[in-house]
Design a protein. Structure first.
Length: 281
């Protein structure tokens, strides 16, 4: 009861402060852990570390969230030096955001740009509904008092196997991409001191800006926020790319991953033994 009263006081006071229209800009950093196994005597420890470092740089990025009361734009802060993201004929596609993402939390819709192997797509769909459970925990993150919430969603683990070593060739095991469905617990920390129903990436639905979120192997953390910047920022819906739903886009990604696996395996057959690489993400 004490927790609910405390939360109510913060919500009431911050709503009074931000009674007028306002905007904000938040900077987040992402971290991602990866389970990767390379089963080949031809891949040296130095090469293994090179691949891991490359994938880490591909996945650990800085993002900007520009928001008002009901809408937002989320995009990656582009670095001057972009890495190619390939090794031994294998290109890292991934499912990470690589374009702007517009969210309308009032109408519960989003539009996200994505570039996939030279083709532009515009994913338009409904926002994911998170059944948040308020947890009786609070802590300071930076200068903001934050409260904890959790939600459980259905997710998937993708295991990609590329190439077979000589030991496995006689076993007639087919290389493939496996996807396993499972439940993922999302841990979010939000602050009612910034009273917007929004957050980084796909996250939203809490009575305050989501400051930190952990989901499976990924973490997004707020590092800087600016409220009511002097120059008003126009939030526009993305329009670039072929319009598809989230389900249609996932099917396209899966097909491209299979094509990549076959190309890698074909190169292995032409060049000899090759590498066996297993990635879980």
């Amino acid at each position: 009861m004490k927790f609910i009263k405390l939360l109510g006081v913060f919500v009431f006071s911050t709503l009074a402060v931000y009674a007028q229209d306002f905007q904000g800009k938040a900077i987040y950093q992402s971290k991602f852990t990866l389970d990767m196994k390379l089963d080949s005597t031809r891949v040296s420890p130095a090469q293994q570390q090179q691949i891991m470092d490359m994938m880490k740089r591909q996945m650990e990025k800085t993002f900007e969230l520009i928001f008002d009361k009901t809408t937002s734009i989320y995009k990656e802060e582009v670095k001057l030096e972009q890495e190619a993201g390939s090794f031994g004929g294998m290109m890292f596609i991934g499912g990470a955001l690589n374009g702007r993402q517009f969210k309308d939390v009032k109408n519960k819709t989003y539009a996200r740009e994505s570039e996939l192997m030279g083709k532009n797509f515009l994913i338009k769909d409904s926002l994911t509904t998170y059944n948040w459970k308020m947890i009786n925990e609070s802590k300071l993150i930076g200068n903001y008092l934050c409260f904890k919430a959790e939600a459980t969603v259905k997710g998937s683990e993708m295991a990609m196997n590329f190439g077979r070593n000589q030991r496995n060739q006689s076993e007639n095991k087919e290389d493939k991409i496996e996807t396993k469905e499972r439940e993922i617990v999302i841990e979010a920390w939000y602050t009612p001191e910034i009273p917007v129903n929004n957050g980084p990436a796909d996250y939203w639905g809490l009575p305050g800006l989501i400051v930190e979120v952990k989901a499976d192997r990924s973490t997004l953390s707020l590092v800087k926020v600016e409220l009511n910047p002097k120059e008003k920022i126009l939030i526009k819906v993305p329009e670039k790319g072929k319009v598809v739903t989230k389900k249609e886009y996932d099917e396209i990604v899966a097909a491209k991953m299979e094509e990549m696996r076959q190309n890698f395996d074909g190169g292995r057959q032409r060049g000899g033994e090759g590498h066996r690489i297993q990635i879980r993400m």
